[in-house]
Design a protein around this ligand. Sequence first.
Ligand code: HEM
Length: 209
Amino acid sequence: MKEKLIRRYNAAERVNHWIVAVCFIVLAISGLAFFYPAFFWLTGVFGTPQLARIVHPFVGVVMFVGFFVQFLRYWHHNFIDREDVKWMKSVKEVLSGHEVGDIGKYNGGQKGMFWMMTLCMLGLFSTGVVIWRPYFAQYFPIDLIRVALFVHAWAALALIAGIIIHVYAAIWVRGTIRAMVEGVVTEAWAKKHHPRWFREVKARQEQEK
Ligand code: HEM
């Protein structure tokens, strides 16, 4: 039987997402290399340690701008509603394979993750500017630079932990990776995991007929 597919992301959204994801991976690798001596060899991700130190903040700006575009695309889909609270309260049941609540485009977990990513991005960018030598750091007092370094490291760790969960969930819920690779999901996937979004898409398709 032929699968019925519906579009979830267009090409621009997918390119946008994967630019952010690739930036995140090289930033996480080089950042961990600066932070933990045991990981210093990972600076090789940018060729040499010196290059890694120079390039890391520039890639950070690309990731921030890329995420900002994602933020503009998705913020209005990420307000937590009553159905999401139901979902969150029954997360154990959800993890055992039974979806709960009339879920829209994203579920409570995805929405929580979206705001966590947003907070981390703002924290990383603002503190990244304060600690960026040789361009900006000289304009800030040393105490502020110390606080900024502390917040930068914690925001990075929180984001890395969050993205591990994001990737795990994307792989674990069968058919989700396809949404961000090919841009489509099956109707069965949408009905099961995002029933309200499925009905909205169908209603729009009916109107366009
Ligand atoms: C590195 C590997 C990554 C993989 C495999 C991955 C996978 C995915 C997949 C499959 C989706 C679609 C989920 C759905 O439509 O239900 C998605 C959505 C999304 N991803 Fe990723 N992702 C990765 C990294 C990142 C990173 C680093 C960020 C940003 C920090 C990010 C931000 C987002 C956002 C904002 C969405 C839209 C979901 C929402 O608004 O709640 N992803 N990702």
